[in-house]
Design a protein around this ligand. Structure first.
Ligand code: GDP
Ligand code: IMO
Ligand code: MG
Length: 438
């Protein structure tokens, strides 16, 4: 039995959904550990495109169990909507979905409070997804949050919800977002959703640990990414959960001793949605060209993603934090149109080289990216499935990254579809995306 986690290494949207989908065939259980419906994971199977926010992408494979772990923040209305739309698309969602009774619930006052802090002149705007994720995690840490188990206890929930709604609405009003909202209508809606979700709710940490004991294989589905991790990302321009390796354990109840491998996912360039430092950002028309080539618009909010070049110091940092077993590089085909491709190989701060990520965003804003230029290949790579069939300049590009990062690049994605993928024979990624040896 060996378990695998798939984690984003940049600022999200690296193509985690694609690798999860690819790997899931060989695992029994796919588990989400953090984040909420701020995530948007795209899986393309032939003509069908699935965009998953709360439900783990493994749901798309028949016979697998998808688990929403305790570290996830669940908006029940969004969850019910997602289940309905998956069913409408012909995906089975019944006993194959489990939701943790310990997961915290996102309420209508969370986005309200979020908006007040985003709009407040004295606060740094983060450019969040406006899903109330931050305020929900605030409530969790402040020990006033309401968990899924409580949502299912009708009278108890009504009492707690009314009390919290009154108290949080007062806070929102004090912060200048005094717009009235119908507490009783929201209560009724949540109670209705609770009944819809009841069959899925269980103690998922028990289920996961029992399953491990029975020899079942787990795949952990990361959401967001290392540079959005609340501790290791570009604070405060990040999300409110631990999106790097540490969050896998606290968000699932599975011991670190049972996390065997970690596959990191990075784009062949870089993107970010929302505010915050971005050392390799490309401004002007060159950035727009990359955005157009990569169709870089947010899955959740539709916002244009900021685009930049591949950043080796950032990836080295992410590798150190996560200790990757292998690296999967996505969207190589997007670079097909370029004659020359800059790669950031180092940082300088106030004239001196920097070999680690600054803790303060204002410092990171001032970091200068040092580039080396590599020749482009100017040929289509879309759909290539073997490393040897890539143009030699594309092989060199991957080889250059591998060399500088000192981690195996086990696979390369050459298109959004399931089979537009290279998995290098004999690599750790090959082993991890193959049937378990008996
Ligand atoms: P995630 O949040 O990490 O799962 O990534 P998203 O789904 O938000 O964004 C990745 C986008 O890139 C999706 O629209 C994918 O369909 C698409 N994609 C993934 N891999 C490739 C690739 O190799 N080439 C191209 N052109 N698109 C890709
Ligand atoms: P996936 O899982 C990209 C970003 C937001 C914002 C910051 C905080 O699809 O990679 P939040 O709503 O979480 O408080 O927003 O984090 N962000 C993401 N960016 N992909 C995501 O998820 C993201 N989830 C949050 O744009 O900058
Ligand atoms: Mg995404």
């Amino acid at each position: 039995m060996s378990n695998l986690a798939v984690l984003g290494l940049q600022w999200g949207d690296e193509g985690k959904g694609k690798l999860i989908d690819l790997a899931a065939e060989h695992y029994d259980i796919v588990v989400r550990c953090q984040g909420g419906n701020n995530a948007g994971h795209t899986v393309q199977v032939g003509e069908d495109v699935y965009k998953l926010s709360l439900v783990p992408s493994g749901i798309l494979w028949p016979g697998k169990t998808a688990v929403v772990g305790n570290g996830v923040v669940v908006n029940p209305v969004a969850m019910v909507r997602e289940i309905d739309s998956l069913r409408a698309a012909g995906v089975q969602v019944d006993t194959n979905l489990l939701i943790s009774n310990r997961a915290h619930v996102v309420f209508p006052y969370h986005p309200l409070i979020e908006r007040s802090s985003e709009d407040s002149p004295g606060r740094r705007r983060i450019g969040t997804t406006s899903r109330g994720i931050g305020p929900c995690y605030e409530d969790k840490a402040a020990r006033r949050g309401i968990r899924v188990a409580e949502l299912l206890s009708r009278d108890h929930f009504a009492r707690r919800f009314r009390a919290n709604a009154e108290e949080r609405s007062t806070v929102a009003a004090a912060l200048g977002v005094g717009e009235p909202w119908d507490v009783e209508a929201a209560l009724a809606e949540y109670q209705e959703c609770a009944e819809r979700l009841r069959p899925f709710v269980t103690d998922t940490s028990k289920f996961l640990n029992d399953s491990i004991r029975q020899g079942r294989r787990l795949l952990f589905e990361g959401a967001q990414a290392t540079m959005l991790d609340v501790d290791f990302g570009t604070y405060p321009y990040l999300t409110s959960s631990n999106a790097s390796a540490g969050g896998l354990c606290t968000g699932s109840g599975v011991s670190p001793r049972l996390l065997h491998d970690i596959a990191g996912v990075a784009k062949a360039y870089a993107t970010r949605v929302g505010e915050g430092p971005f050392a390799t950002e490309i401004r002007g028309s060159a950035g727009e060209a990359l955005r157009a080539a990569g169709n870089e618009y947010g899955t959740v909010t539709g916002r244009p993603r900021r685009c930049g070049w591949f950043d080796i110091p950032l990836l080295r940092y992410a590798h150190a934090i996560n200790h990757l077993s292998t690296l999967f590089i996505t969207k190589l085909d997007v670079l097909d149109y370029l004659d020359r491709i800059p790669v950031c190989t180092g940082y300088r701060y106030k004239g001196a080289p920097l070999d680690w990520m600054p803790a303060i965003s204002e410092e990171y804003e001032q970091v200068e990216a040092v580039y080396e230029e590599l020749p482009g290949w100017n040929r289509p790579t879309r759909g290539v499935t073997s490393f040897e069939d890539l143009p030699s300049a594309a092989r060199n590009y991957i080889g250059f990254l591998e060399d500088r990062l000192d981690v195996e690049i086990g696979g390369v994605s050459t298109g959004p579809e399931r089979d537009e993928t290279i998995v290098r024979e004999g690599s750790a990624l090959d082993r991890l995306t193959s049937p378990q040896p008996t």
